[in-house]
Write a new protein. Structure first.
Length: 224
C-alpha cells in the first residue's frame, strides 16, 4: 500500500513542485490550498501532512490544533522563518517537525521518509487482529476491515477502543460517558447511544458484522 501525503500551501508553485516530487517517488498525494480545505482533506487520514503556517483563511497553527483531535499522523510545518517561541507553540499543539523555506526537496523527502518509517515501527506494535478481516490500530486510531480503512470521528473511535480492549465486558452508557467524556462534562449519557448508532451504521456500510452488542437493560459489550 502506497503512503499518502497531504500537502497544504497557498503557493501553487510549491504545491505543484512537491506533488510532482512525491508522486515520482511513489507516494499518493492529496493537496489543499488553504486551511479549511486542509481540515476537510485531513479526514482522509493521510500518513503525513506537510502544512504551511502562513495561509490567508486559517493559519497552519490553527489547522494543526483542530485536526489533532482526529489525526495522529506526523505533521511537518513549512515556514519561511520561525522564532523559538513559535516552535514551542507548534510542538505544543501537535507539530512533529519544521521545514524552513527555501528547502532542499531531497532533504524534505528524506525527512518525510524517516517520519513515516518511525510511525510504522511504532504502530506495528499497536495493531490488534481480531479476526481474519478486522484489524484495529490503536496508535494510528484506525480500524481496517478486509484491508480497507473505516473512518471514525474521535469519540466514535474512543468508544470502539474502550469496548474492544475489554471484549466481553459490559459497560452501561453512564460509565461509557464518564470514561470518554469525563466526569465533569456537561451533557447527557444518552449521547452514547447516538454515537454507537453511528458506529453500527459504518459497520453496516462496510459489510462488517456488528461487533458491538446491546445487552438489554444493562449496556453494551464488544463481541469476542
Amino acid at each position: 500500500m502506497r503512503d499518502k501525503i497531504l500537502i497544504v500551501d497557498d503557493e501553487t508553485d510549491i504545491v505543484s513542485m512537491l506533488q510532482d516530487y512525491f508522486e515520482f517517488n511513489g507516494y499518493d498525494v492529496l493537496t489543499a490550498s488553504g486551511g479549511l480545505d486542509a481540515i476537510r482533506k485531513a479526514e482522509m487520514q493521510p500518513d503525513l501532512i506537510l502544512l504551511d503556517i502562513n495561509m490567508p483563511d486559517i493559519d497552519g497553527m490553527e489547522v494543526c490544533s483542530r485536526i489533532r483531535n482526529f489525526v495522529s499522523c506526523p505533521i511537518l510545518f513549512l515556514t519561511a522563518r520561525i522564532e523559538d517561541s513559535d516552535k514551542i507553540k507548534g510542538f505544543g499543539i501537535g507539530a512533529d517537525d519544521y521545514i524552513v523555506k527555501p528547502f532542499s526537496v531531497d532533504e524534505l523527502g528524506a525527512r518525510v521518509s524517516a517520519h513515516i518509517r518511525r510511525e510504522r515501527r511504532q504502530s506495528e506494535s499497536a495493531k490488534v487482529h481480531f479476526d481474519d478481516k478486522l484489524v484495529i490500530d490503536y496508535t494510528q486510531r484506525l480500524l481496517y476491515y478486509d484491508g480497507n480503512p473505516i473512518p471514525f470521528v474521535k469519540k466514535e473511535f474512543d468508544i470502539i477502543e474502550l469496548l474492544s480492549q475489554h471484549a466481553g465486558q459490559v459497560f452501561d452508557k453512564e460509565r461509557i460517558y464518564e470514561i470518554i467524556w469525563g466526569y465533569d462534562s456537561e451533557g447527557e449519557a444518552s449521547v452514547v447511544a447516538e454515537h454507537i448508532r453511528r458506529i453500527r451504521m459504518k459497520f453496516k456500510d462496510a459489510e462488517m458484522k456488528q461487533y458491538i452488542e446491546t445487552v438489554w437493560g444493562v449496556g453494551y459489550k464488544w463481541v469476542k
